[in-house]
Ligand binder design. Structure first.
Ligand SMILES: C[S@@+](CC[C@H](N)C(=O)[O-])C[C@H]1O[C@@H](n2cnc3c(N)ncnc32)[C@H](O)[C@@H]1O
Length: 263
């Protein structure tokens, strides 16, 4: 039997201008886009995905959007690492079984599209979820890379992420402080730290003990409301904390990403 096809398309982390030619070609083959509905706060992000399709898909190519309510996911912050990882696994499994039901209802040969924010390879569950769906329904999967938030951040600040020949360490707000302290205690140099998924600007905890760190921060990178700040961590962190809270209040949602480096 002909397998359903899945295009998992990285759309870049903000501006529609980040879309690659490969992404545009893939979008033009999709019959049904599956979009997770995460509630009102991210309506703007769903609208952005629709605007990308309006702009880049040939008007003669028919396609539709199917919005799928996202399964309940408990609060992340108060949980320990094991409970957090188990929670994420359960959530992926619940998502996979909902999507598998929808995909199985499509005609063989249909092309399903997932529009993935940024690059599918960084802190996004879609590849894992599609992998799980493919254990339930026969699928042929294509992944298209996109511009990740931290690439867009580096470009917006006009910097190379790492010192010459030095590493870059990509991590989350949840892990930052522990990893930084453990590396320092072991005499290891992690290189430039790239921090995503940090709802609390945890780098504030490092301001006193790491005066050498320079912060390069960006919120809504690539979007019209983009804000950037840069400077020695200890000098700019309070302004960024205050600005972050104000922006979140004003827009109802916020995504930010930052780097820490010893310039
Ligand atoms: C679930 S992850 C998705 C990452 C995405 N796959 C990527 O490659 O950028 C969401 C995190 O990415 C970062 N992020 C995504 N888009 C952003 C943007 N336009 N501006 C600032 N940060 C962004 C934030 O750190 C946010 O917490």
């Amino acid at each position: 039997m002909t397998a359903r096809r899945v295009h998992l398309v990285g759309i870049g982390a903000g501006s529609p201008e980040y879309l690659t030619q490969q992404a545009v070609t893939a979008l033009n083959e999709v019959d049904v886009f599956l979009v997770a509905d995460k509630g009102e706060a991210t309506d703007e992000l769903v609208a952005l995905r629709r605007a990308i399709c309006d702009r880049f898909i040939d008007p003669t190519h028919p396609y539709r959007f199917v919005t799928v309510p996202d399964p309940e996911r408990g609060p992340d912050a108060p949980r320990g690492t094991a409970a957090y990882e188990a929670g994420v696994r359960d959530w992926h499994a619940a998502r996979a079984s909902t999507y598998a039901g929808i995909v199985a209802g499509l005609p063989p040969g249909a092309v399903v599209g997932f529009l993935v924010w940024g690059d599918p390879a960084f802190y996004d569950s879609t590849i894992r979820v599609v992998d799980a769906i493919s254990r339930l329904v026969d699928l042929e999967v294509t992944v298209v890379p996109g511009v990740s938030a931290f690439q867009a951040l580096a470009a917006a600040h006009g910097v190379v992420l790492h010192a010459v020949g030095a590493p870059v360490h990509v991590t989350t707000g949840r892990r930052l402080v522990g990893e930084w302290r453990a590396a320092r205690a072991a005499g290891l140099h992690l290189g430039t730290l790239v921090v995503m998924l940090d709802g609390h600007l945890t780098c504030r905890e490092l301001a006193a003990e790491a005066p050498e760190l320079v912060l390069r921060w960006g919120a809504y990178v690539g979007l019209p409301q983009q804000e950037l700040r840069a400077g020695p961590l200890a000098e700019v962190i309070e302004e960024v904390v205050e600005l972050r809270a104000r922006l979140r209040e004003q827009h109802g949602w916020l995504m930010d990403v930052y780097t820490l480096s010893a310039d």
